[in-house]
Design a protein around this ligand. Structure first.
Ligand SMILES: Cc1ncc(COP(=O)(O)O)c(C=O)c1O
Length: 436
């Protein structure tokens, strides 16, 4: 039966069928996906059948101030009447202003901003800048890291299934060093940790012509926030060896972690700082590679990305930053992350192994057994996700073992909306368990 449509002249079912027929997707999608969205406002999205979802993906961690925030819509609309796009060789008023805003907000090591159109591309520019500035070829990245899907960014992405998508062997100029997956640490316990996971890393970095370490301050895949001493040790090693630090804040930036940047949790001062996702306020296609004067002085880009620094996205990005600050959304992210963690732990569910939130970055790691920490099989994790989905909670799954429910709503989420998710999670976990 044809369901009512949110769009005049074409039914929801027809749109879903057209999507299936004409739109190419990167993987076979699970039941209930894709959700074809007709409208979105704040933390709620409405699909073409009129079904509402609380969006715990924030449009893939982009709409930090909530979907279609009036201030962002207004800024983008005003800009639409002024100028849309000029060559990256030139500039527009909002793009210049956004560059200044970002440099002002970033640590003192950052002096200039280079705009491109997506996080993967911005990371590729970071790799180029680091190599050009240092005259060295190799870049270290963290185990479990995701830095994008283009060929260059895949070389600093760890998971084999992603790397394989290149369809050919990736280059030899990048290598992985350990991340801080403290929940599954086999070397120590939190109270006795002497950051043993980084033993041997100095020698590994020194043995090659290493230009830089590229990392997220807090690893988004799985929501892994290292302890301060982990970053102190790694940063100390890289300073001793004279390596550049590239921080990928595509996901951790712009308030998501309860501070403006993830680096603010650790006092890190990168040579290169990468941003994207929320930077466009949801208007899309805006990313940035910021760098120190020392790096900038050696940078030769060759040419500019055609639409890098799009005027409408920049105007929206500026409005996003002011909205985050004026509406105290970064403080809200910090408070709601704590509320979320407490509420999920309070479920005391045997499948909940770990709850990790830094602000609103993170989620819930599901295990089959709390004592052994055996990973909950993917099929069951998928069933929990599907159950939430059916009940109007849009989430994604992430983590090294694909067992982390990633719960990253807009930063404007309320405690009441989080409580709705937690209630739905309680039901989803017990329903799926009963079926085992
Ligand atoms: C940390 C991080 N870096 C880079 C990227 C790639 O960004 P994009 O998808 O805009 O190319 C992502 C995307 O999820 C990301 O999470």
């Amino acid at each position: 039966m044809t369901k009512p449509s949110e769009t005049p002249g074409v039914s929801g079912d027809d749109l879903v069928a057209m999507d299936e027929k004409y739109v190419m997707r990167p993987w076979p999608h699970p039941p209930g996906e894709p959700v074809i969205v007709a409208r979105a406002k704040g933390c709620v999205i409405t699909d073409v059948h009129g079904k509402d979802y609380l969006d715990f993906t924030a449009g893939y961690f982009v709409n930090n101030a909530g979907h279609c925030h009036p201030r962002i819509v207004e800024a983008a609309t005003q800009q639409l009447h002024q100028v849309l796009q000029v060559s990256g060789k030139h500039g527009t008023i909002p793009t210049v202003q956004l560059a200044k805003r970002l440099v002002d907000l970033a640590p003192k090591t950052i002096d200039k901003a280079f705009f491109s159109t997506g996080g993967s591309e911005a990371n590729e520019f970071a790799l180029k800048m680091a190599r050009q500035a240092s005259g060295k070829t190799d870049v270290a990245f963290l185990e479990n890291a995701y830095h994008g899907l283009t060929l260059g960014s895949l070389e600093v992405t760890h998971a084999e299934p992603y790397r394989k998508t290149a369809g050919r062997p990736l280059g030899d100029y990048t290598f992985a060093i350990p991340n801080a997956y403290c929940y599954r640490c086999k070397l120590s316990t939190p109270d006795k940790c002497a950051v043993e996971c980084l033993d041997g890393v100095e020698a590994k970095l020194a043995a090659r012509p290493t230009a830089a370490i590229l990392a997220e301050p807090i690893q988004s895949v799985g929501g892994l926030a290292p302890p301060q001493k982990w970053w102190d040790k790694l940063d100390g090693i890289r300073k001793k060896l004279g390596l550049l630090l590239i921080l990928d804040e595509v996901q951790t930036g712009l308030g998501r972690t309860g501070k403006m940047f993830g680096l603010d949790h650790y006092g890190l001062e990168p040579d290169i700082l990468v941003g994207g996702k929320g930077l466009s306020g949801g208007v899309g296609s805006l990313a940035v590679t910021c760098a120190s004067d020392a790096v900038v002085s050696k940078f030769f880009g060759g040419t500019t990305p055609t639409s890098g620094g799009n005027a409408v996205s920049s105007a929206a990005g500026l409005a996003l930053i002011e909205t985050l600050l004026d509406e105290h959304l970064i403080d809200n992210a910090a408070a709601m992350g704590k509320h979320f963690a407490a509420a999920v732990w309070a479920l005391n569910d045997p499948w909940i192994g770990d709850v990790r939130f830094t602000g609103l970055l993170g989620g819930v790691e599901l295990v089959a057994d709390r004592a052994t920490k055996d990973v909950l099989p993917k099929k069951l994790v998928g069933a929990v996700k599907d159950h939430l989905h059916t009940n109007g909670m849009l989430i994604t799954v992430s983590g090294t073992y694909g067992n982390v429910l990633r719960l990253q709503p807009p930063l404007s989420i309320t405690a009441g909306q989080i409580d709705q998710l937690v209630a739905a999670l309680r039901e989803a976990l017990s329903t799926v368990r009963q079926g085992v």
